[in-house]
Design a protein around this ligand. Sequence first.
Ligand code: CA
Length: 224
Amino acid sequence: MPKRVLIVEDEARIAHWVSTYFEREGYESLIAGDGLAGLRKAETEQLDLIVLDIMLPKLNGIEVCRRIRRDSEIPIIMLTAKDKESDKILGLDAGADDYVVKPFSPNELLARARAILRRADGLTQELLTGGDIELDVSARRCTVRGEHVELTETQFSILAALMRRHDQVLSRQQLLDAAGIDGAEVFDRTIDAHIRRLRLLIEADPASPRHIRTLYGAGYTFRP
Ligand code: CA
């Protein structure tokens, strides 16, 4: 069952952007455009997570959060404005689990969401193995030839995407999407650079990589 996330945000562009990233990660998403609509959906829909903006028409995010908390322990991430330090405290006091400061990157929000959901449902685990490489997706942990290797969130997402569909070719665009990198500002080279760094981290001989292969003109593939 996909996780369901409710995004309560009146700025349609941001709501849509956030929803797109969650859906790319396999979530189902719902959007509410004001505080009252958000509260109503929180009460009537089956949800796993709520992303809640503070500045909302009709009912502000703090109040929405407070009312949801009267009878629900559902994980809530608040979106706060950069210059409003007090909002973070008010949000946490109202019962939010975490907050993300605007402007935020999709990767940051998704990482917070994953961490919170992991805490919320305890033991669900996704383990990917490919030859001498092991990825514990839920713990965001990478082990290569028995040794722990520190990967950035982007590197981890790219490697996980390749390993989930090993022996298939993934295009640079598919990898950008998997990594939550916004296509508008980047070039194919961005992925090439991430792959280069990944190979240095996981390949026994990065100069002639065994796992992450380049298919010229097509993209990359993972060989276990
Ligand atoms: Ca807003």
